[in-house]
Write a protein of this length. Structure first.
Length: 107
């Protein structure tokens, strides 16, 4: 019974850490760039786009498709960076848990 109480205490402690890390992740601001910095996209920790900056030289009629591709690439760059940061923060919490390889947490 003593072990069960100790385990419950650890679960509550982990839950508190998880909530803290999730709040930290939500408050992240991640920038993704493409075209050598000609397009910059900013995402929040939840992956929502909060800003976009485009170099004025990209505003030419002939370059519309290039600009569209650069926006998509910058968004992907920011999203990949955000996911990596979130995974890194979550790894510190789940380090002691016996989770199968490749399993993401939270589910």
């Amino acid at each position: 019974m003593k072990d069960l109480m100790g385990m419950m205490g650890k679960v509550k402690e982990m839950q508190a850490k998880m909530e803290k890390v999730q709040a930290e992740i939500a408050s992240l601001s991640i920038e993704g760039k493409s075209g050598g910095g000609m397009v910059t996209v900013t995402l929040d920790g939840k992956g929502q786009m909060t800003g976009i900056k485009i170099d004025p030289s990209m505003f030419k009629e002939d370059d519309v498709e290039i600009l569209e591709d650069l926006i998509v690439a910058a968004h992907k760059d920011a999203k990949d960076k955000g996911e990596a940061q979130a995974q890194e923060k979550m790894a510190s919490i789940t380090a002691g848990l016996p989770l199968p390889p490749g399993m993401k947490f939270p589910f």
